[in-house]
Design a protein around this ligand. Structure first.
Ligand code: 3JN
Length: 339
């Protein structure tokens, strides 16, 4: 458990990656009470400095003693590093908030979105998992509807930006776009197919049931966060040539009838959401508008007229912020509040 202090020593592990950069920026923007900030990354980044407030902070390489004196460690360095180093950090007495899938489904580890299940922070044993980006934005929207009308089934299709894969994928989209517009051949390194001017209908590797890992993360993580294994969830995850923000089309079948206007009212009153839905004025959430925003935006709210008790909507959130760094920092803020 975190002990109450005026300032907390924080480590960011994976500091030079797309999410690590956002973690540092989010700590600064939200004025998190940071005492000392230590930054860790792989050997490739040794010798670099990163800015935090007005200071240049050196990037260090992890060792067994790295977490001594650290209160909170934000991890975004991939599952393998989390598997090895999160327990080392927890044993040193700091609370780990891990952005990888390594610990998410471990029954001993809470999987938390602060707007949805902050109470699960009470039973952590040193490691707290941050959900997958596509799951986070979906559960922020599902929770108020679940409380108001119950949820029987969700059909979700995602439109995920390349920043979900990281910096190399952002460079690849840029380079392929430039190549195509200059009538040059396209090079593929990150994705199995051309991503520029294309949609790739699978994210991460395939599993035996023909779904992808990303799709099954959405199913399993959502049930754990909402604490209800009876919800039916089916997902199709699609990579689109967008740099930042994941969009999702949701079809939600409720236990009780709920009208689109009631959905608007319930979502407008819920934390972390902006209802942005005025079709007559062409107002709907767009990736280009939601980049850098902290809330999940909801639009296209309408009844599914093909069945009883179902609604459709379109939701957009910044995958690097709410989908990763911001959610992790919000968990840290809750821990401070509870200390
Ligand atoms: O592709 C995206 O938009 C999100 C990617 C997430 C991701 C990519 C590689 C490994 C994860 C994740 O957060 O679930 C992982 C992982 O930790 O397994």
């Amino acid at each position: 458990m975190l002990k109450k202090k005026d300032r907390y020593n924080v480590a960011v592990v994976g500091a030079t990656g797309a999410v690590g950069n956002e973690m540092i920026a989010t700590l600064e923007e939200r004025d998190f009470p940071v005492g000392r900030l230590r930054l860790f990354a792989s050997e490739m980044s040794e010798g670099r400095n990163l800015k935090f407030r007005d200071a240049d902070i050196p990037v260090e390489i992890l060792n067994e003693d790295s977490f001594i004196g650290i209160d909170i460690a934000l991890f975004s360095a991939g599952g393998e590093r989390s598997r090895i180093w999160a327990p080392v950090a927890a044993r040193s007495g700091c609370v780990v908030i891990d952005n990888s899938s390594q610990w998410r489904m471990d029954p001993e580890v809470p999987l938390v979105v602060p707007e949805v299940n902050p109470h699960d922070l009470e039973w952590h044993k040193g490691i707290i998992a941050n959900p997958n980006c596509s799951t986070i934005q979906m559960v922020v929207v599902l929770k108020p509807i679940y409380d108001a009308a119950g949820i029987r089934r969700v059909v979700v299709t995602t439109f995920q930006s390349v920043s979900g894969t990281g910096k190399k994928a952002m460079d690849e989209l840029m380079q392929q776009t430039v190549a195509i517009l200059n009538f040059k051949p396209v090079e593929k390194n990150v994705y199995p197919h051309q991503i520029a001017f294309n949609c790739i209908p699978h994210i991460d590797s395939f599993l035996e049931n023909d779904y992808t890992k990303e799709e099954m993360k959405m199913v399993n993580e959502t049930r754990k966060i909402l604490g209800d294994d009876s919800i039916g969830i089916t997902a199709t995850t699609v990579r689109v040539p967008v740099f930042r923000c994941h969009s999702e089309s949701l079809n939600i079948e409720t236990d009780k009838k709920i009208t689109p206007n009631e959905v608007r009212a319930v979502l407008s009153a819920a934390p972390g959401l902006v209802v942005y839905d005025a079709p007559e004025k062409n107002i709907s959430p767009l990736a280009t508008d939601v980049a850098d925003r902290h809330e999940t935006y909801v639009g296209r709210i309408r009844e599914d007229e093909s069945t009883e008790n179902a609604i459709n909507m379109w939701i957009v959130a910044d995958n690097l912020r709410k989908g990763a760094a911001l959610n992790a920092v919000q968990i840290a803020e809750k821990l401070v509040e509870m200390a």
